[in-house]
Design a protein around this ligand. Structure first.
Ligand code: GSH
Length: 259
């Protein structure tokens, strides 16, 4: 049996071929166990202590499950930070390792998952943003042009989804996934989505950035992080300017993806 071993900041995992198999099917596997995960609780959303601060409102959020590479978790982290929920407890997990607490909160075992103190588990990055907009409308993340902003955010999410799906494809098919019809389609989504965002990039503004700018910056950072020097990467000078401006926000800088 071939094993893929990898290491991340918070989770050291060595996953056998059970990696993608749900628990109830694991008994079909032979060979070594499913894998081990060591997750550590952390008390801050970012990498360092620079961003630490007080939650300005009541503490009705108890835990955010994240990992340090997930663009979805990063969107939720930035949104929470920008909304003033800066000191929520975060727990770094490997979502592929079936962390029992994450699984208990979210049957899809995906990050981000946000657990509130009344036991509600909120999944899906954009639903977390939606919920945040409802419970804390100011500062808004919708910006002045709601339709334009949501349209651009949707393009950025298409890039993020395509990037993540490419990595999942590689998990099952290896790098040959990239040249498959689906892999090429995902590549096109990334390249064309980034081109379109570059042609008409979101405006970050001077204060709280809108969701479109957050999602576009997260998308570009993630593609560059996961596919450095990719031949299909289009030139995106305007998007790179947005990226630089967004990095002046601690919420963005402190959550940059890292293994
Ligand atoms: N649509 C979800 C996607 C979340 C997602 O796929 N997260 C990944 C990490 S990048 C994950 O947890 N993957 C584990 C899995 O798919 O089992 C969102 O917007 O939050």
């Amino acid at each position: 049996m071939i094993h893929a071993c990898r290491q991340s900041v918070a989770a050291e995992i060595c996953i056998g071929q059970g990696d993608l198999v749900p628990p109830e099917f694991r008994h079909h596997l032979d060979g070594p166990p499913w894998g081990t995960v060591r997750s550590k609780p952390v008390s801050w959303l970012g990498r360092g202590s620079e961003g630490a601060g007080n939650n300005q409102q009541g503490n009705n959020l108890v835990k955010l499950f994240i990992n340090t590479t997930s663009p979805y978790a990063r969107i939720a982290r930035i949104a929470l930070w920008e909304k003033g929920f800066r000191d929520i407890e975060t727990r770094i997990v490997d979502p592929w390792g079936d962390d029992p607490d994450l699984l208990a909160a979210n049957p899809a075992a995906r990050v981000p998952t946000l657990v509130t103190d009344d036991g509600q588990a909120l999944a899906e990055s954009l639903l977390i943003v939606l919920w945040l907009e409802a419970v804390r409308p100011e500062p808004t993340l919708l910006g002045g042009d709601a339709a334009g902003g949501v349209a651009r955010a949707g393009t950025a999410m298409g890039v993020i989804d395509a990037a993540v799906h490419t990595l999942i494809g590689r998990k099952t098919a290896g790098v040959s996934f990239d040249g498959s019809p689906v892999g090429l389609r995902r590549q096109r989504s990334m390249a064309e989505g980034l081109k379109r965002l570059d042609a008409d990039p979101p405006e970050p503004g001077d204060g709280t950035p809108p969701l479109a700018a957050i999602a576009a910056a997260v998308a570009l950072d993630y593609v560059q992080f996961r596919f450095p020097q990719a031949g299909w990467m289009p030139p995106v000078p305007r998007l790179e300017r947005l990226q630089q401006r967004m990095r002046t926000r601690p919420s963005v800088e402190q959550t940059r993806p890292h293994d």
